[in-house]
Design a protein around this ligand. Structure first.
Ligand code: GLV
Ligand code: MN
Ligand code: MN
Ligand code: MN
Length: 399
């Protein structure tokens, strides 16, 4: 029987990022496709029936596909330079949990599916949880089709290249109805589980979060011939905007705001940029506070840009309000895992999107570094095993 660690070891060579460290596995890249093929192979070895739905979500069925099934899974795509566990841990634990349930001789009263969701991180097309948003209709299919990656490819084109029909992307009520309950196991992404306590927690809520693009336009020019007083340099404005983002968030309890990505155009050492795009990630439990924070940042950015002879535009790319997991399912998970602490998370998950439509819940596994979206993310093998056993306990109670 495979352990979670042996499963993760078998994909440890896929999508390594020698430059950044860790893994870079954007959706539908060679690396993520390798992982999808690995999953299909693992499902096949277990005699699970695999299908890919019209939004690219892979379903591996123990029992016939049916409405109201018990569904567990996570994602295989990663952020740039991400860790080994964010996503794959939940997929590997689900496979190991199926093995464990069979070893226990559990006879399911309903079918169980293990799922892999595409583009959970939004690191290629900008919208996190794109697969679950499409499945549920939380994102308009046209908007999704027209999303572009950094090379200018539309999601529609990439979907087509990967065997999907772009015309059939979007809300899939029949597939959604197959989810009677959804449980996602995930590496804990902060310091929520201490060294001495239990290794597994039950999720309670997901912090509201969104992404906005700030485009600062100035005057592209020559680094050597343009006097300092003659410049309209959007990079100088962007630097001040980033400082303002930190200042605004630091003044608001429970707020988090990040600029993790910045793109100067054209991006030459001896070129004053004509434009700088920066992407803003803002999170707070209260949707109204998040909206106010973004408005404040926008106002400051406009003032900064004007002072530098630049202009600024703000575009919302995605937003998810604070999510509380289904109370009945949460209670069932707590009952199945006595003594497990209950934790909220600041990270987004497909379980959070699904929670708006079907009963969803989560389990979190201890991460001793407290670091995630980084190569330093870690899970001890013993904790990974405790995680798959806990998932098996939870699924057994729910099957
Ligand atoms: C996804 O992991 C997110 O929370 O950004
Ligand atoms: Mn994740
Ligand atoms: Mn992540
Ligand atoms: Mn995530």
């Amino acid at each position: 029987m495979d352990t979670v660690t042996s499963l993760l070891d078998s994909i440890a060579g896929v999508g390594r990022d020698e430059q950044r460290g860790g893994y870079t596995r954007p959706v539908y890249s060679a690396a993520e496709l390798d992982l999808r093929a690995w999953f299909v192979e693992q499902a096949g070895r277990r005699g699970l029936d695999v299908e890919t739905d019209r939004n690219g979500i892979i379903w591996a069925w123990w029992g016939p596909p049916q409405a109201g099934a018990l569904v567990t899974g996570s994602h295989l795509d990663s952020v740039p330079g991400g860790g080994a566990f964010d996503g794959p841990l939940g997929v590997a634990a689900a496979l190991a949990a199926v093995d464990e349930l069979r070893a226990r001789g559990v006879e399911p009263r309903r079918s169980l599916a293990v799922t892999v969701f595409p583009e959970e991180e939004g690191s290629r097309f900008g919208v996190a949880c794109l697969g679950s948003r499409l499945l549920t209709g939380a994102i308009d299919a046209d908007k999704a089709r027209n999303l572009r990656d950094a090379d200018g490819n539309t999601f529609a084109d990439v979907a087509r290249q990967n065997g999907l029909d772009p015309a059939h992307l979007g809300a899939d009520p029949e597939a959604l109805a197959r989810i009677g309950d959804f449980v996602e196991l995930h590496v804990e992404q902060g310091r929520g589980l201490g060294e001495d306590g239990p290794a597994v927690a039950v999720g309670s809520s997901i912090l509201g979060h969104g992404r906005w693009k700030l485009g600062i336009a100035g005057q592209g020019n020559h680094a050597g011939t343009t006097l300092m007083e003659d410049r309209r340099d959007p990079m100088v404005a962007a630097a001040q905007v980033i400082l303002a983002v930190r200042q605004v968030a630091a003044a608001q309890p429970d707020a988090r705001a990040t600029v993790g990505r910045i793109q100067p155009v054209p991006g030459g050492t001896n070129v004053i940029a004509s434009r700088v795009d920066l992407w803003l990630d803002v999170r707070h439990p209260d949707d109204a506070v998040t909206a106010r924070l973004v408005e404040t940042i926008h106002g400051k950015a406009q003032k900064i840009a004007a002072f530098e002879g630049c202009t600024v535009s703000l575009t919302e790319e995605s937003y998810s309000g604070t999510v509380y997991f289904d109370p009945a399912l949460q209670r069932q998970l707590e009952n199945a895992l006595p003594g497990a602490p209950v934790l909220a998370t600041g990270a987004g998950h497909d379980a959070g999107v699904l929670a708006g439509y079907v009963p969803s819940g989560m389990l979190f596994i201890r991460n001793p570094t407290g670091i995630s979206h980084s190569p330093e993310e870690f899970v001890e093998p013993a904790d990974a095993d405790a995680g798959s056993a806990a998932l098996a306990d939870a699924l057994e109670a729910l099957l």
